[in-house]
Write a protein that binds this ligand. Structure first.
Ligand code: GRG
Length: 299
């Protein structure tokens, strides 16, 4: 069934089930001393998360009629990278968080060494999945997917953004600097989702401008919404309207713009993201719905 014929909510519910099944299949716990590693990976990966990144790949693949199995494998690979980044982001040497997706973080439920390994193994798993023939018949397409995911998650992408974020504790960032940081930390993986669909559909790079613009605006809107949710959560829990990052002395979109202007900016970016899709018909409706969801979500 085409994804455009069903709404975003049921599509996300179906995606959550499909991604859980894939993690369950790939992470069967062995009967040897690696069991704890697999249990830790399952703890982080199964039963939680919005699964927005795989949804983005599937929705973008719908635009170009790429088959759902290929789209799902690329989506599963990007979710592996995302979960790995969350495990490492929660470690005591990074954000030092106790809870993630409503459960104890991996280093709390297991231990730090296991959490580092669980993240590393999810990172490796992403490339194993992309490299397999079932992802795409053309080895050049598979190689391009792997190179693009490596770029998006490495020092020129998410990893580099995380370094900028760590350094932000020691310096005052202005709006362009926060924008750059977030374009790498959160935006690069979102960018990969649209790029992956273009790669699998063999869309030439010069024809990817609109989807790249959509990804850029969506990534920023998504991050501003995250900052707004952080402030609202803080207000609910502590009565303070600050947010965790701002409390740690880090500049955020909300600390720099204020709540109202940040919300306006996010709404403007979503309109702009949707406008990038003007040349597409209803086959891009799910991408439009995802853009709206990015700022309407409650978690
Ligand atoms: C070791 C090279 C290297 C990198 C480590 C730790 C790290 C890289 C990166 C951290 C990246 C990170 C945690 C970004 C935050 C992105 C973000 C907004 C996460 C929340 O995403 P959602 O809302 O979460 O999609 P769910 O739980 O719904 O999946």
């Amino acid at each position: 069934m085409a994804v455009v014929s069903i709404g975003l909510k049921p599509a996300l519910d179906r995606m959550a089930k499909d991604v859980d099944i894939l993690f369950d299949t790939w992470l069967k716990v062995p009967g040897d001393s690696r069991a704890k590693l697999y249990e830790a990976m399952r703890h982080a990966a199964i039963g939680g998360g919005k699964r927005l990144r795989p949804m983005l790949i599937v929705a973008a693949c719908e635009v170009f009629n790429v088959d759902r199995d290929s789209a799902m494998r690329a989506g599963f690979a990007v979710e592996c990278i995302h979960v790995y980044s969350l495990i490492h982001d929660d470690l005591p040497c990074m954000d030092d968080d106790d809870l993630r997706r409503g459960k104890p973080t991996v280093h709390k439920a297991f231990d730090e060494a296991t959490a580092v390994l669980a993240g590393d193994c999810l990172l490796a798993l992403a490339f194993e999945i992309l490299g397999e023939k079932a992802t795409h018949a053309d080895p050049f397409v598979r190689a391009e997917l792997m190179a693009e995911l490596a770029r998006a998650s490495g020092p020129a992408g998410m990893g580099g953004g995380q370094m900028m974020d760590l350094e932000a504790e020691h310096r005052e960032l202005d709006l362009p600097a926060v924008t750059r940081l977030q374009q790498l930390k959160t935006g690069a993986l979102i960018g990969f989702c649209l790029e992956a669909a273009c790669i699998m559909a063999r869309i030439p790079p010069e024809h990817r401008t609109h989807l790249r613009g959509y990804a850029r605006d969506l990534g920023l809107a998504f991050q501003i919404a995250d900052d707004l949710l952080d402030v609202e959560g803080d207000e609910e829990n502590t009565g303070k309207r600050v947010g965790k990052d701002a409390e740690a002395g880090k500049a955020t979109f909300v600390s720099l713009l204020g709540v109202d202007r940040a919300r306006q900016q996010a709404e403007m970016l979503v309109d702009q993201a949707i406008d990038h899709l003007r040349d597409f018909g209803e086959e891009a409706d799910m991408l439009r719905a995802i853009a709206r969801f990015a700022i309407e979500r409650t978690h």
